[in-house]
Design a protein around this ligand. Structure first.
Ligand code: ADP
Ligand code: MG
Length: 754
C-alpha cells in the first residue's frame, strides 16, 4: 500500500484567532482544515455528518469497481451488472416524442457498446470522442438488433494516461498507479448536490490517509483484536477505501472483507457497550416494589371484560414479576395490531394504582390518546379511579385543572399525548409509565418522562405494534426486556385483502355500500387531507411512505364531499383528519364508535389504536403511497369483530417495483412479524426504525440487517468487556471508555441518559 507516511505531517491551519498555525493531521482534526476543503465544502460535508477527518474515513465507498481487471467490451454478457472501460466513439442527443435520450457509443478494439440515458440533456456537452470512460450498469441486449446496451449507466471520465502527470500528486499513490484506474476503485456517494464527486472523495480520502499522523489511535483492546483476528484501525481504513489488488470483489460486495468486518465490529462493539452500561445503571437504580395482594387481584378480576388469552396471561405475569421487584421495570411489550395490548396495560395500571401510585399512559396522537381514555374509563371507572385526559389542544383552563389533579394525586390514571411530558406536568406519586406505539417516540422522551419522579424510579412499559425482529430487538433495545403477545384474541376472522386499480372504483363503492347496508361500518382512507397542499400529508408523520411525487392525489376532504353526495348518498358518512379541532375529532370518533357514522372517510389518523369491532371494510386509496408497516397498521383496524372483513387496496397510479412488493405482501400475509421483516428489508434499518424518532442510533458502516451475525458477536464481546475481561489492561479499558465517551456521545447521543 502507499500509506503510512510516518511522523507528524504538518498542515496549515487557521486558529480561531485567525493566526496561521501548523498542526499535524489527526483523526480529530476538523475537516475544514484539510487540504482542499474550505468553509463551503466543509458545509457540504457537514450535511453528510462529516465534521472531522475521522468522519471522512468512516465515509466508506458504497461500491467498488474492479478496474484492475476490467471486462473488455467483447466479454460482456447480457443480464450482468458490469463495470467496463472504453473509449468514447460518438454521442448524440435524440429527441423522441416524449423524452430526450442521450446516446453514446463506447468501444474498445472492434467491440462496441451503446449507452443510453433517459432525460439525458444534461450530458450533451460532457463527452468528447477519444475520452476514456468507466461505465457501470446492467448490460442488456437490444431485442431487435442484439446489440449490447447499458441504460442509465453510472460513469466516470478517466484522465488520459498522458494527463496523469498533470494531475495533482495526490491523485497518484506513491507506488505510481492512478487512483482511478488499474486497481479496485472505490465509488463514493456524491455530496453537496453532486459538487463533491466520487473522484473528489477518492482524492481527499487518499490525501487524508497518506498524511495522517501515525500511529493512529486504536480503541479496541489488543487481546480482543488478536482473538477475533481483527485488523488494526488504520489498516482497516486503508483497505476499506483502497482495497489491495487481491481483495475479493465478492467480499467487497458483501461488505465482509477483513477491513469491513473490523470497522463494522467496532461500531457495534461500542454501541453494545453503551447499551450494556445503561442496562447496568438501570439495574442499580432503586425502583418501587409493588405488592401483588389479593386486593389487587380482585380489582383486576373485577374489571376484566373478557377472559384474557394465554399470551396476555403470560405477559402480565412477566410484567407483574418486574413490578414486584425492587429494580425499575423496563419492559418492551410487542404485539401485533389487535393482540390486546391495551388490556394488559390496564391490568398493569391497576397493580400500580391499587398500590397507591399514579400511572401515566402516553400515546403518540390525540386520537389514540382519546381512544385509550374512552376504553380506560369504560373498563376502570367501576373501580372508582379518576381517569383524566391531557392533550395539547385542550383549553388552558381545562389543562390547568387537569394538571392540578395530577399534581395533587387525585387523578390516578393520566392519559395523554406529548402534553404529558411538557414541563409543567408534575405528578404527585408516579409509579408506572406506559408508552404506547413506541416507534413514534424518541427514546429520549421516554427518559424525560421517567425523570418526573421524585425519589424512586417508576416502572416503564413500552408498547409497540410494529414487531421488531427478535434478535434486533434484543440487541438494539437491549436495555429493555421484551415480552411478546403472540396470539390474537379468539373469534377473529381472517381479513381478505384485494388489490385493484382505480378504474374499478365503482365496483368497490358498490361493495362497501352492500356491506354497510348489511349493518357493518367502513373506513375509506386517503393519504392527504387536501389536494395540492403537500404539507398536509399525514403519511406516517414524516416517518414512512410519502416521498412526495407530484401526481394528483385524491384527498380526504374532497372525496368525503364527493362520496357523501354521490355513491354513498343516504348513508351516514363522517370525516376525520388531523387538522380537525380536538373536540370535533372526539365527537366523530365517538359517533363512529356508536355506529352513528357508517362510513368514515379519513387519513392515517386512524392508523393506531382505533377500535371499532363492527367496522369490517377498509378501502385504502393511493395505497402505493403508504409504507408497508403503515398499511398493516391501518388494516389492523378491521377484522376485530366476528364478521368477515375486507381490505381493498386501490392503486391510483403506477406502483414502483418496491411498491409492488409491499402490496403483494399485504395480499399474501397478515402476519405482523413477516411484514416487519420485509419492511425492514425494503426500507433499510434507518428508515424502518425512523431513526431519530425511535432513538435507534444511526450507524455509519454497519447495517443491523446485513451484519446481524457481527452484531451478535459484538454484543457478546461487549458484555464480556463490561463484566471485566481480565485480558484487557487497565490502560486499554481507559481507552475504550474514553472512545465511548467522545464517540458514542457525539454519534448516538444516548449515553448521557442516566
Ligand atoms: P392492540 O392495542 O394490541 O392493537 P387492543 O388492545 O386494542 O389491541 O385490542 C384489540 C381488540 O381485542 C379490542 O377490541 C379488545 O377489546 C379486544 N380484546 C383484547 N383482549 C381480548 C380477549 N382476551 N378476548 C377477547 N377480546 C379481546
Ligand atoms: Mg393499542
Amino acid at each position: 500500500m502507499g500509506f503510512g507516511v510516518h511522523g507528524a505531517v504538518k498542515i496549515l491551519a487557521v486558529t480561531s484567532t485567525g493566526e496561521l498555525k501548523r498542526q499535524p493531521l489527526r483523526l480529530e482534526t476538523e475537516i475544514k482544515y484539510l487540504k482542499g476543503v474550505g468553509p463551503r465544502v466543509a458545509e457540504m460535508l457537514a450535511a453528510k455528518g462529516i465534521q472531522k477527518v475521522e468522519d471522512l474515513l468512516y465515509y466508506l465507498p458504497f461500491r467498488y469497481e474492479d478496474r484492475a481487471n476490467p471486462k473488455t467490451i467483447g466479454e460482456l454478457r447480457a443480464g450482468e451488472m458490469a463495470s467496463v472501460i472504453g473509449e468514447v466513439r460518438g454521442s448524440a442527443l435524440l429527441r423522441t416524442k416524449s423524452i430526450p435520450i442521450f446516446e453514446m457509443t463506447v468501444g474498445s478494439g472492434r467491440a462496441s457498446l451503446k449507452c443510453m440515458w433517459f432525460r439525458g440533456t444534461y450530458l450533451k456537452d460532457r463527452f468528447k470522442a477519444g475520452q476514456t470512460v468507466a461505465l457501470f450498469g446492467k448490460v442488456e441486449a437490444n431485442h431487435m438488433t442484439g446489440k449490447l446496451t447499458i441504460m442509465n449507466p453510472q460513469f466516470e471520465i478517466l484522465a488520459k494516461p498522458d494527463d496523469l502527470e498533470a494531475t495533482e500528486a495526490s491523485n497518484k499513490d506513491p507506488l505510481g498507479s492512478s487512483l482511478e484506474m488499474g486497481r479496485i476503485v472505490p465509488i463514493y456517494e456524491t455530496a453537496g448536490s453532486q459538487k463533491l464527486t466520487s473522484n473528489w472523495f477518492r482524492k481527499t480520502v487518499h490525501f487524508a490517509l497518506t498524511n495522517l499522523e501515525r500511529p493512529v489511535a486504536e480503541p479496541l483492546p489488543k487481546s480482543l483484536r488478536e482473538r477475533l483476528l481483527l485488523l488494526d484501525r488504520a489498516e482497516a481504513f486503508e483497505r476499506a477505501h483502497f482495497p489491495p489488488a487481491e481483495t475479493s470483489m465478492l467480499q467487497l460486495l458483501g461488505r465482509n472483507t477483513p477491513a469491513h468486518m473490523r470497522l463494522i465490529f467496532e461500531e457495534f462493539f461500542f454501541l453494545e457497550i453503551g447499551l450494556e452500561l445503561k442496562r447496568q445503571r438501570m439495574r442499580a437504580r432503586r425502583g418501587i416494589s409493588f405488592a401483588l395482594t389479593g386486593q389487587v387481584r380482585e380489582a383486576i378480576k373485577r374489571f376484566l371484560p373478557f377472559r384474557p388469552t394465554n399470551a396476555q396471561k403470560k405477559v402480565l405475569g412477566e410484567i407483574a414479576k418486574d413490578m414486584q421487584a425492587a429494580t425499575p421495570m423496563r419492559r418492551l411489550l410487542q404485539g401485533d395490531v389487535g393482540s390486546g395490548k391495551t388490556l394488559v396495560a390496564l391490568e398493569a395500571a391497576t397493580i400500580a394504582i391499587e398500590n397507591g401510585y399514579q400511572v401515566a399512559l402516553m400515546a403518540p396522537t390525540e386520537i389514540l390518546a382519546t381512544q385509550h381514555y374512552l376504553s380506560a374509563r369504560r373498563m376502570l371507572e367501576p373501580l372508582g379511579y379518576r381517569i383524566v385526559l391531557l392533550t395539547g389542544s385542550l383549553e388552558q383552563d381545562r389543562k390547568r385543572e387537569i394538571r392540578r389533579h395530577i399534581s395533587q394525586g387525585s387523578a390516578q390514571l393520566v392519559i395523554g399525548t406529548h402534553a404529558l411530558i411538557e414541563d409543567k406536568v408534575e405528578f404527585d406519586k408516579i409509579g408506572l409509565v406506559i408508552v404506547d406505539e413506541q416507534h413514534r417516540f424518541g427514546v429520549m422522551q421516554r427518559f424525560r418522562l421517567m425523570k418526573k419522579d421524585t425519589d424512586a424510579e417508576p416502572d416503564t412499559l413500552v408498547m409497540t405494534a410494529t414487531p421488531i425482529p427478535r434478535t434486533l430487538a434484543l440487541t438494539l433495545y437491549g436495555d429493555l426486556d421484551a415480552s411478546t403477545l403472540d396470539e390474537l384474541p379468539p373469534g377473529r376472522t381472517t381479513i381478505t385483502t384485494r388489490r385493484v386499480t382505480e378504474e374499478r372504483a365503482q365496483e368497490v363503492w358498490a361493495f362497501v355500500r352492500k356491506q354497510v347496508e348489511a349493518g357493518h361500518q367502513a373506513y375509506i382512507v386517503y393519504p392527504v387531507i387536501e389536494a395540492s397542499k403537500g404539507d398536509q400529508s399525514e403519511l406516517g408523520l414524516g416517518m414512512e411512505g410519502g416521498k412526495a411525487e407530484k401526481a394528483p392525489l385524491k384527498a380526504a376532504v374532497k372525496m368525503y364531499d364527493e362520496l357523501r353526495r354521490g355513491v354513498f348518498k343516504g348513508l351516514r358518512v363522517g370525516l376525520l383528519h388531523g387538522r380537525l379541532p380536538a373536540d370535533e375529532k372526539e365527537i366523530v370518533m365517538a359517533r363512529f364508535q356508536r355506529g352513528e357514522i357508517q362510513v368514515l372517510v379519513s387519513t392515517t389518523v386512524i392508523e393506531v389504536g382505533v377500535d371499532v369491532a363492527n367496522a369490517n371494510v377498509m378501502v385504502i386509496e393511493h395505497c402505493e403511497r403508504f409504507g408497508l408497516s403503515q398499511l398493516h397498521q391501518l388494516r389492523g383496524r378491521i377484522g376485530r369483530g366476528t364478521a368477515k372483513s375486507y381490505c381493498v387496496l386501490v392503486t391510483g397510479g403506477k406502483a414502483t417495483e418496491e411498491g409492488d412488493r409491499r402490496l403483494e405482501a399485504m395480499v399474501r400475509t397478515q402476519n405482523g412479524f413477516e411484514i416487519a421483516e420485509l419492511d425492514l428489508e425494503l426500507r433499510g434499518p434507518g428508515e424502518f426504525f425512523g431513526t431519530r424518532q425511535a432513538g435507534a442510533p444511526e450507524l455509519r458502516v454497519a447495517n443491523i440487517l446485513r451484519d446481524r451475525k457481527v452484531l451478535e458477536l459484538a454484543k457478546q464481546e461487549a458484555e464480556r468487556f463490561v463484566a471485566g475481561d481480565a485480558a484487557v489492561s487497565a490502560e486499554e479499558r481507559k481507552a475504550v471508555m474514553e472512545h465511548l465517551k467522545t464517540h458514542w456521545q457525539r454519534r448516538y447521543g444516548l449515553v448521557e441518559v442516566g
